[in-house]
Design a protein around this ligand. Structure first.
Ligand code: FA5
Ligand code: MG
Length: 468
């Protein structure tokens, strides 16, 4: 039988040296032997509180800022009453413990290999750039996604499935649904052809697992194809195997999303008559093919909640099991938590204000009671770029970091509102509008002016721009 053409290993050789129950690697220690499948990576059990600069020698790649370093120590998921913890627990509870190991990776620093190379990211993938990713130095980054742990989980975990929830870091825009730190949950599931007689039996085995998953109770729109040129099956994979994996993947995630959305209370009058809409769309990831995303229609917009797909065979090869096949997904916890708990601004999850934190009880989904929104204000910053520089060589995310370092969570959002090139001098001018607003109090004018001055100084010091 042939599941994958490039796989040279004799798929069903009885003296196959790769045991299904390969021992747990030295890096992973099983916390309990009796069916409790929680694991921790040994080097992660005591996250270091040393400043990054003491652990990672800085080089020309280093771009982690002090405020981001501070956020790596917050560990929101360790507070059981935090809405993100409750959501994580709800989702975890949908997956049988005997089948899905819960793995923990409390340290957010990972190698470039783990975050990108092991996942089949091309060398020139934009996600690798310094403008998108926080680098500790050329070899280490703050993980940009929980997929950074996929290979390790596929390699070391004994059960056929795993789940990971952790904080992830991206240099990104600032607005109500984007924050430089958020939380993801990763899941993976594999099947081994070992001991199976034929492709038909292998497919039957996967299908039998699919039949065990409860059917979703809500309607989910799916107009995607199993695979096509724009969302291809992997070269050499048996189409029927690919479809069986996909069915298991989609049934699993539909069951999860259906279970989560059963808890949604729509208390917004304007939304009451809008039926909840959830749909599948095609997607692309370096480490899955074919790939999909799920979106939910919320507040007038389609909001993306997770990406997933049939795991690329290179991932299984990197994990030491080239003969296995399976799937993986990665879900953003904040996006779902905003919908479930009615939290209007992603910054609130980081609030240390008791009026936020005291509203929540471990394990319970309750509607966030807005405390009065304090008035905001905005300031514009306009500047000339250095002679010869163009708008394309100035990165929004560089400005966002300066804004964040200077004003932290007092910034609601920052946006480019104007750009032009002087016809005579050829110099480019940019203008950004920065909205200041506190979740906790009314900001004083003088205070905002001071923040604005710090941002302006940061821009001239760092980029040599000429303020207008
Ligand atoms: C990924 O990060 C992939 N690693 C997901 C994946 C895993 C695909 C396994 C296939 C297999 P993406 O960049 O789209 O994909 O992020 C996944 C989810 O994280 C998004 O759907 C969204 O819910 C959430 N997310 C992404 N960026 C942000 C952000 N800046 N703030 C909050 N949530 C975000
Ligand atoms: Mg995406």
């Amino acid at each position: 039988m042939r599941l994958l053409r490039p796989c040279q290993r004799a798929l069903f050789s009885p003296n196959d040296s790769l045991s299904l129950f390969k021992s747990v690697s030295h890096q992973i220690r099983k916390v309990s032997s009796e069916g409790n499948t929680e694991i921790k990576r040994a080097r992660d059990t005591q996250p270091s509180d040393k400043p990054f600069s003491k652990v990672y020698a800085a080089d020309e790649w280093t771009n982690v800022t002090p405020s981001i370093e501070g956020l790596t120590r917050r560990r929101l998921l360790t507070n059981p009453a935090h809405p993100l913890s409750t959501l994580k627990q709800i989702i975890f509870s949908k997956f049988p413990e005997s089948e899905y190991t819960r793995a923990e990776f409390p340290v957010s620093q990972v190698s470039v290999y783990e975050n990108f190379d092991s996942l089949h990211f091309p060398k020139d993938h934009p996600g690798r750039s310094k403008t998108d990713t926080y680098y500790l130095n050329k070899d280490y980054v703050l993980r940009t996604h929980t997929s950074a742990h996929q290979v390790e989980c596929f390699r070391d975990i004994i059960t056929p499935g795993f789940l990971v929830a952790a904080d992830v870091y991206r240099r990104d825009a600032i607005d109500r649904t984007h924050y430089p730190v958020f939380h993801q949950m990763e899941g993976g599931r594999w099947w081994s052809p070992e001991g199976v007689e034929s492709v038909e039996d292998f497919i039957a085995k996967i299908n039998a697992d699919t039949e065990k998953i409860p059917r979703p109770e809500i309607t989910i729109i799916d107009e995607t194809l199993p695979f096509h040129d724009g969302n291809p099956i992997q070269q050499g994979q048996d189409p029927a195997v690919c479809i069986a994996i996909t069915n298991h993947l989609k049934r699993t995630l539909e069951m999860v999303v259906s279970g989560v959305f059963k808890n949604v209370v729509i208390d917004d009058e304007a939304l009451k008559d809008q039926p909840l809409q959830i749909r599948w769309i095609d997607a692309t990831f370096p480490f899955t093919s074919p790939s999909w995303e799920m979106e939910v229609f919320w507040g007038g917009d389609w909001l993306e909640i997770f990406g997933c797909g049939v795991t690329h065979q290179e991932i299984f090869a990197n994990a030491g099991y080239p003969e296995r096949v399976g799937w993986a997904f990665g879900l953003g916890l904040e996006r779902l938590a905003m919908v479930l708990f009615g939290v209007p601004d992603i910054r609130l999850f980081w609030s240390q204000d008791p009026r936020f934190l005291n509203q929540f009880v471990p394990g319970v989904v309750s509607q966030f009671e807005k405390f009065s929104k304090y008035p905001g204000t905005y300031r514009d910053i306009a500047f000339w770029l250095k002679q010869g520089e163009t708008a394309d060589s100035f990165y929004d995310n560089d400005l966002m970091d300066i804004v964040r370092e200077s004003a932290g969570d007092l910034v609601e959002d920052a946006q480019q509102i104007d750009k032009f090139t002087h016809p005579k001098t050829g110099r480019t001018s940019l203008c950004y509008r920065i909205r200041f607003q506190s979740m906790e109090r009314t900001l004083l004018n003088e205070e905002v002016n001071e923040l604005q001055e710090v941002i302006r100084k940061g821009l001239t010091d760092k980029f040599g721009v000429e303020l207008r």
